[in-house]
Design a protein around this ligand. Structure first.
Ligand SMILES: [Zn+2]
Length: 51
């Protein structure tokens, strides 16, 4: 899974269908930094995670 940070919020890439954020020139990464908010749409769609 890849992620990107936009305006201090981390989203998955590609983004969830419910997420209205578009990745533009944000850098893709494969780890989640500690100092960001998690997009509720993208970050709730992990397989096997029911949080
Ligand atoms: Zn998102």
């Amino acid at each position: 899974m890849l992620y990107f940070v936009k305006e201090k919020t981390i989203h998955t890439f590609p983004v969830s269908k419910r997420c209205n954020v578009k990745r533009e020139k944000e850098q893709l990464r494969d780890t989640i930094p500690h100092d960001v908010e998690k997009c509720p749409y993208c970050m709730h769609c992990w397989p096997g995670e029911d949080k």
